[in-house]
Design a protein around this ligand. Structure first.
Ligand SMILES: [Mn+2]
Length: 394
């Protein structure tokens, strides 16, 4: 989008904050860990329904997280329309459907990029099944992240793998309904260590450009090399109308999947400023703001609440930037003045503003304390006895 479609210089922070929408990942409520150890927590959901109930609880205390993303097959149920109805009864909806073509033995050499056509067929069939699920849940977005890549030079033909990827994406794209989108996510490395088939925004962008308007790029904030200027990527993709959404999390080293805004709140502010500046904050913009996190050692529901609050605070600071003063300083070549405008907003304590917006929405100004008082955490520990807790392999 060009300058004329950007939001005006005087963004109204209160309305924008109340209207913000952040999507929760079902898998954040399940057990998670590293390849070294998964630490089980008491009260963790055993079923997709219990994950949705926990997500609805986060929404109840934050007011801005009304949808929950599913991960297939981790959230496989026999009746997706019933799950959507269950969610609606709790005041939330089923959001993005995340495909998973990385946990089957068949995918040892990749999924949609595998050299074996039968494996590629199996993978694409899964993607098509995910669109069937979207039809049942009313979901708009199919999020695709591929673990595909190679570990050793010469292992496979880099360019042929791109051809296979393009073919799989094309077949999936043609299956989409008019209101549905493919969100293509990239990641620098891991689990593949030499080449990754969608390693960066440029590769994702190129494939989305070929596919068409309903294919857009997802920026997972943890999927870059250290030092990457993520807000630059955001600005470029927004300008090209190719930013489909975010997977928010934060990282110190690699794909840490820590709580968004925990490792580098200043970076999150800079990203959200480009979102605001690009007119992409409102839900109508089509940019999806999703969390993609794992809470390995901290309690999961309060961690999701905290994450939503972190996004809100970064957004509030971005909304407080005096865009007219910034533009004037930029036009005048006032380097220090322009930087000071941005830093003034960043250094503002926005917690009272966000708390006051919550009160206007009929919420407790302190969602963490309100959740703790609610007894929900104790209740799920008491009730969720027996069964198999959800985790990555569920
Ligand atoms: Mn992600």
């Amino acid at each position: 989008m060009d300058d004329s479609t950007a939001s005006p210089g005087t963004s109204e922070p209160r309305g924008a904050l109340a209207g913000q929408r952040i999507e929760l990942p079902s898998w954040a409520f399940g057990n998670s860990g590293t390849r070294f150890k998964v630490f089980a927590q008491r009260g963790v959901p055993r079923t997709p329904h219990e994950k949705v109930a926990d997500a609805a609880t986060v929404h109840r205390f934050t007011g801005v997280a009304p949808s929950v993303a599913l991960h297939i097959p981790w959230d496989r149920v026999s009746d997706y329309a019933e799950l959507a109805k269950f969610a609606a009864d709790l005041g939330v909806s089923i959001g993005t459907i995340n495909a998973n073509v990385f946990q089957d033995d068949a995918y040892v050499l990749g999924s949609v990029c595998s050299p074996d056509p039968a494996v590629r067929r199996k993978a694409v069939d899964h993607l098509l099944q995910c669109v069937d699920i979207m039809d049942a849940t009313g979901s708009r977005d199919l999020k695709l992240w591929f673990a595909d890549g190679t570990n050793y030079p010469g292992q496979d033909d880099i360019r042929a793998r791109q051809d296979r990827l393009a073919e799989a994406l094309d077949e999936t794209y043609r299956r989409l309904g008019d209101h549905q989108r493919i969100l293509l996510e990239y990641k620098l490395f891991e689990p593949a260590f030499y080449t990754t088939d969608v390693p960066d925004w440029g590769t994702a962008y190129a494939h989305c450009l070929t596919l068409g308007d309903r294919a857009q790029v997802v920026v997972d904030t943890g999927h870059h090399a250290p030092g990457t200027n993520i807000e630059f990527i955001v600005a470029v993709l927004l300008r090209a109308d190719k930013l489909g959404g975010f997977d928010f999390n934060s990282r110190f080293y690699a794909d840490d999947d820590l709580m968004v805004g925990a490792a580098d709140p200043f970076q999150l502010f800079r990203i959200m400023f480009e979102v605001v500046r690009g007119g992409a904050l409102a839900p109508e913009s089509g940019v999806a703001f999703m969390l993609d996190q794992c809470h390995n050692i901290e309690p999961k529901i309060p961690a999701q609440i905290r994450s939503v609050m972190n996004v809100q605070e970064a957004t509030a600071k971005a909304l407080l930037v005096d865009r007219d003063a910034l533009a004037a300083a930029q036009r005048a070549g006032d380097v220090l003045g322009a930087n000071a405008v941005l830093m003034d907003a960043y250094n503002t304590d926005v917690r009272p503003l966000v708390a006051s917006v919550r009160e206007d929405m009929g919420l407790d100004p302190d969602p963490i304390a309100a959740y703790a008082r609610s007894g929900y955490g104790e209740r799920i520990v008491a009730e969720r006895v027996g069964g198999e807790q959800a985790g990555w392999g569920a």
